[in-house]
Design a protein around this ligand. Structure first.
Ligand code: HEM
Length: 151
């Protein structure tokens, strides 16, 4: 059990750190793409960071206490009415998967298209969704962790 906690906490730190890498990379990519600069390597680093975060996130969602487990403990209406439960069971995973899908399409478009405008717009929308669904500390109890018995 102790080993599990150490590994889980380590992955949570990595997931947390990758947020900053993704934010910095997506901002640089947006500026480059809007100015017509086609930088596939930089876009690939963004894609790799986003997909790594997705994999860690999926693990956290299905194995950790704050995610899918809420569906076993609470009813759908209880989840929808509670800010914390709704954020971790639905909003964070849904928003991030949409954003990562846009990043993936944006990267493929950058490789295939002769212009960079479509990628710029897709990355901008992804950035807005990411910023909106990050559990920022200033959101306080709205996105805090709910206490979950048994973990
Ligand atoms: C761009 C993508 C993402 C970003 C920037 C991001 C950001 C974050 C941040 C900042 C935290 C809080 C970390 C902490 O408190 O130390 C977090 C927690 C979490 N994220 Fe993400 N996330 C992303 C994608 C995902 C995805 C796709 C999933 C699910 C498939 C996911 C599932 C989770 C879960 C379950 C937690 C809470 C873990 C726990 O409290 O035990 N995340 N995320």
């Amino acid at each position: 059990m102790e080993k599990f906690f150490i590994m889980y906490t380590g992955l949570l730190h990595l997931h947390n750190l990758l947020r900053w890498i993704i934010i910095i990379l997506i901002l640089i990519n947006i500026v480059k793409a809007f100015s017509g600069n086609k930088n596939i390597k930089l876009s690939l680093w963004l894609l790799i960071s986003a997909h790594t975060t997705l994999l860690i996130g999926l693990y956290q969602y299905f194995v950790g206490a704050n995610g899918f487990k809420y569906f076993a403990t609470y009813s759908m209406s209880e989840i929808m009415k509670n800010n914390i439960l709704r954020f971790w069971a639905i909003e964070h995973i849904f928003g991030m998967i949409v954003a990562i899908t846009l990043i993936t399409i944006g990267h493929i478009t950058l490789k295939k298209s002769t212009t960079t405008k479509k990628t710029a717009i897709l990355y901008l929308i992804a950035f807005i969704i990411i910023v909106a669904t990050i559990p920022w500390p200033f959101r306080g109890y709205e996105v805090g962790r709910a206490l979950f018995p048994g973990m």
